[in-house]
Design a protein around this ligand. Structure first.
Ligand SMILES: [Zn+2]
Length: 462
């Protein structure tokens, strides 16, 4: 950790007056199950083999749960705080039962399965209908739409299954009512306007189907906006330019206006910096970043610059940090950067990428590709929950406790030792408490802030 940052952390701890007074536990309002790990090993190596050109994230390398052996008074109050809070994850990807996936947990199941949600005291998850890059022609749009429709149907099926005790939440009140009734809430998100083709009115179709959170880009530019991660085009052996539209296209502008008008929540995660700043100038409601970390601490294009952070905060929005190793490592660690560069050079890909895994799909030799992914994974193996808290601290210092949340990107390569899936969410509350956050701060981080902007966006749309 950079020294300057350690000092900032100390100041934060002094500023937030520590309290260990547990809040009353209201067991009747939260269903709590027991999660039994069914650990059949999904071998990391086997998963690596499955990586293809379209991979947009590196492999997850989540370790098993770490339990603290010495149960202290602090951890008891952490449990009470955690149970009392509305625990919400602002971004996870959708696993379709029966479809092969390289992003599931080590047990082969979704990292945000209903069982893991209950075990981890997670009340709500934004499940993001999402596609990666692909052809921008009618066939490509149709394929993206078909995939999106399949994911949408999978989430609706989960909420229609009475045994899952999940509801589809269309409003902030739906989320709090579900928690009060002992049920989990799923909120639908959509990521990548390639799903819409070039049709802005398709936003209305997805809104009518229940989607409430809209992110215009994923990996790669599309017809609506530039991505923070231009993509390598394997078929023509070329890289996308850094910018295609210089931010939002005219379609992108229309999309933001339409999302605002409907009362949807605009999500700036994965937009280019220019596009993010244009969205902030344009949107009539506060926005979220559903899964983005701090670029000042981890210098990858996918993370948010101070300018973006400041403007999201000034607009009343919320930045949700993700427990994603490649977006959390300490990029001021020169020795680590040198090792990452060396691994990239050995694998024959461009060295000058701080995002450690980026462009791995260019490595044609599968053996070399696997070796590269394993070596970088090993270099990042020490990234842990403390690093996640560092990013939270930075944001709290910069824009305040009302503008920070958590969005995991589970089911998409995310996970840390001690926070490998939803069942381990309590460990984040413990770490926040140990870092000096008060129960009311933790409640804001875990869902209070998201619900505030969710309501604000809906009011703008009325
Ligand atoms: Zn994702």
């Amino acid at each position: 950790m950079p020294t300057a940052f350690k000092e900032a952390r100390l100041k934060l701890q002094q500023r937030l007056s520590y309290t260990s007074t547990p809040r009353a536990i209201n067991d009747s309002t939260h269903a709590r199950g027991v999660f039994v790990t069914r650990a059949f090993v999904l071998a990391f190596l086997a998963a690596l083999i499955g990586c293809s050109l379209a991979c947009s994230h590196e492999m997850g390398s989540a370790s098993g749960p770490t339990s603290k052996s010495n149960e202290s008074a602090d951890s008891k109050s952490a449990e009470a705080i955690h149970q009392n809070a509305l625990v919400l994850d602002a971004h996870a990807d959708i696993e379709i039962p029966g479809r092969e996936s390289r992003y599931v947990g080590e047990d082969g199941l979704s990292q945000v399965s209903p069982e893991k949600m209950r075990a981890g005291g997670v009340d709500a998850v934004v499940m993001s209908i999402s596609v990666g890059p692909g052809p921008r022609d009618q066939a490509g749009y149709a394929a993206a739409r078909a995939r999106a429709d399949e994911e949408l149907a999978a989430v609706i099926a989960m909420t229609n299954d009475p045994s899952q005790t999940l509801v589809l939440a269309l409003t902030a009140d739906d989320v709090t009512n579900a928690a009060a009734a002992g049920k989990g809430a799923l909120i639908l998100g959509l990521q990548n306007a390639r799903i819409l083709g070039r049709d802005v009115s398709a936003i209305d179709t997805f809104y009518a189907a229940g989607v409430r959170v809209f992110a215009l880009t994923h990996l790669g530019h599309n017809d609506f906006a530039d991505s923070s991660r231009p993509v390598y085009l394997g078929d023509i052996n070329a890289h996308e330019p850094e910018q295609e539209h210089g931010g939002l296209s005219e379609l992108g502008v229309q999309a933001i206006e339409r999302i605002n008008a409907l009362g949807g929540l605009v999500d700036v995660s994965q937009l280019s910096k220019a596009a993010t700043l244009q969205v902030l100038a344009l949107s009539t409601a506060p926005v979220i970043a559903s899964h983005s970390n701090v670029r000042q601490l981890t210098d990858v294009t996918r993370n948010l610059s101070d300018e973006e952070i400041d403007q999201i905060g000034a607009k009343g929005g919320v930045i949700h940090v993700a427990p994603f190793k490649a977006y959390l490592f300490d990029s001021s660690d020169d020795a680590l950067i040198e090792r990452i560069r060396a691994a990239r050079k050995t694998a024959g890909i461009q060295e000058d990428y701080y995002y450690p895994f980026e462009l791995y799909w260019e490595i044609k030799d599968t053996t070399v590709q696997m070796k590269f992914l394993r070596s970088v994974s090993a270099l990042l193996s020490s990234v842990n929950v403390e690093d996640l808290i560092n990013h939270i601290d930075y944001l709290v210092q910069r824009i305040g406790i009302d503008h920070v949340g958590i969005g995991t990107d589970f089911n998409h390569g995310s996970g840390l030792p001690g926070y490998a899936d939803a069942s381990e969410s309590l460990n984040v509350t413990k770490a926040l408490l140990e870092s000096g956050y008060r129960p009311e701060d933790i409640e804001k981080i875990w869902g209070g802030n998201f619900l505030r902007v969710f309501r604000a966006a809906q009011e703008v749309g009325l």
